[in-house]
Design a protein around this ligand. Structure first.
Ligand SMILES: *Cc1c(COP(=O)(O)O)cnc(C)c1O
Length: 457
């Protein structure tokens, strides 16, 4: 039916009936929505037939690219056999069990259980429930506070948005909920000034210990962070940061929650960001790449330390979702992991694609607008600045990022703007030639932005 409507008709209906996530509806309706109609590999096509190279893998999730027949067939077969059954009341489905076992196989050795959810946000809701329940059962119910970070992203439910450190989200809903405490982020380019990168990393880690002491160590339940910040602007912590954080969480015996919703399932060239940074998490929320974005599914991967307590002491864990372990989503996730394994996609990212992306991406460093180009695994960022020396920005409202994004659309590339930072997170199956195209189109978009700002390139 939708195929029969033309762009203008779709835009009119969209404006009339559809409220979009993270969108200024009035502003959107004034210009009209772009409507993506089909996709293949790393390319998207809109209703007018315009082609885009998808530098964001949908929304950090379509790791295997578009049009993978095996995923479609896995969904179809499962739909046919059993479209839904729940995992409540002494039940589950074969594919749900197999997915749990497969996740335990690829997860760090000390993590052997998974609690399924429908999304990353629900996974982080589950984290709060589980962390607080854990400390209750350990006889320390006063351990309630979860420390997280400014400008972290953990989803958009009440719990997810509260754990997250996005001020503009907190301001709109009376958030955060009680018992969440935010510390500074390890954003060297934005906040490190003249300081040595690793010295700055240590300073940011010290903020965790300072906060634990200020709150009282017997009040702190957990620390949650992304291995590298995604939605906050692809912020890669200095090398000194995670080792120092690891020591602090150990010293005060607080749970470490590593939000792997973006990094999980290969994005860093390792199965998990925790593998890349050598972390030993107690809980890992996952989603996005778990099913390559083809169907919504998330979960929390749980360490033996926490699982033992939940299994042996909890009684009924009073939490869960209708779609926890949904069989069709599970079938697609299981097939996604099979493809990642059989095609050695994670290894190819580590040994081939990520080094190549890094080499090519960093050539953008010479562009007059780019203060810093950085990448790790298959994520990258460009800091747009007016003055490379002082890191002075063109705008504090993200106007230059938005301008650059407009040029990206024009040039057929999806790159996202986070304030004055441009970010990419392409599918893990992108080829070297397609990386060349991505980088060339990014440069062309930077050139267009510079020209519009009256800056010579
Ligand atoms: C996207 C994201 C979430 C939220 O996942 P949803 O599926 O959108 O609820 C949580 N944490 C991180 C790190 C994310 O990037």
């Amino acid at each position: 039916m939708a195929g029969k409507l033309n762009l203008k008709e779709l835009q009119a209906l969209d404006a009339k009936h559809h409220l979009h996530p993270f969108t200024d509806a009035g502003a959107l309706n004034a210009v009209g929505t772009r409507i993506i109609e089909r996709a293949e590999g790393v390319y998207l096509y809109d209703t007018e037939g315009k082609k885009f190279i998808d530098g964001m893998a949908g929304l950090w999730c379509v790791n295997l690219g578009y049009g993978r027949k095996e995923l479609i067939e896995a969904a179809t077969a499962q739909m046919t056999e059993l479209p839904f059954y729940n995992s409540f009341f002494q039940c589950t489905t074969p594919v749900t069990v197999q997915l749990a076992a497969k996740i335990a196989e690829v997860a760090p050795a000390h993590m052997n259980h998974v609690f399924f959810t429908g999304s990353g946000s629900e996974a982080n809701d589950t984290v709060i429930r589980m962390v607080r329940r854990y400390w209750q059962l350990k006889g320390q119910p006063e351990r309630q506070v979860i420390i997280s970070r400014n400008n972290g992203y953990h989803g958009s439910t009440m719990a997810g948005a509260s754990l997250g450190g996005m001020k503009f989200m907190h301001e709109q809903g009376g958030l955060p909920i009680p018992g969440i405490s935010h510390i500074r982020q390890p954003y060297w380019y934005g906040e490190g000034g003249d300081m040595d990168k690793n010295e700055f990393g240590l300073l940011c880690a010290q903020a965790l210990e300072d906060r634990i002491l200020a709150l009282g160590p017997d009040k702190v339940a957990a620390f949650i962070a992304e291995p590298l910040q995604g939605a906050g602007g692809v912020i890669i912590p200095p090398d000194s940061y995670w080792p120092a954080i690891k020591k602090i969480v150990k010293k005060y015996d607080i749970l470490l929650v590593v939000d792997e919703v973006i990094c999980g399932f290969g994005r860093t060239g390792h199965w998990f960001g925790s593998d890349y940074f050598d972390l030993e998490p107690d809980l890992m929320p996952v989603a996005k790449g778990l099913s390559s974005g083809y169907l919504p599914i998330g979960g929390v991967i749980i360490s033996d330390r926490v699982a033992d307590v939940i299994i042996n002491q909890c009684g009924e864990f009073a939490h869960g979702f209708t779609y926890s372990g949904h069989p069709v989503c599970a079938a697609v996730a299981l097939e996604t992991i099979r493809i990642l394994q059989d095609e050695k996609i994670v290894e190819n990212v580590r040994d081939n694609l990520a080094p190549y992306l890094n080499e090519q991406w960093l050539t953008l460093q010479d562009h007059p607008l780019v203060g810093e180009a950085r990448s790790l695994g298959m994520v990258g960022a460009l800091e747009l600045v007016k003055d490379k020396k002082t890191r002075e920005r063109f705008s504090t409202t993200g106007a230059t990022g938005a301008l650059c994004r407009d040029f990206c659309v024009k040039n057929g590339i999806v790159m996202r703007a986070v304030g004055e930072t441009m970010i990419i997170s392409p599918p893990l199956v992108i080829t070297r030639d397609e990386i060349d195209e991505l980088v060339a189109k990014a440069r062309k978009s930077l050139d267009g932005t510079a020209e519009a700002l009256g800056i010579a390139v």
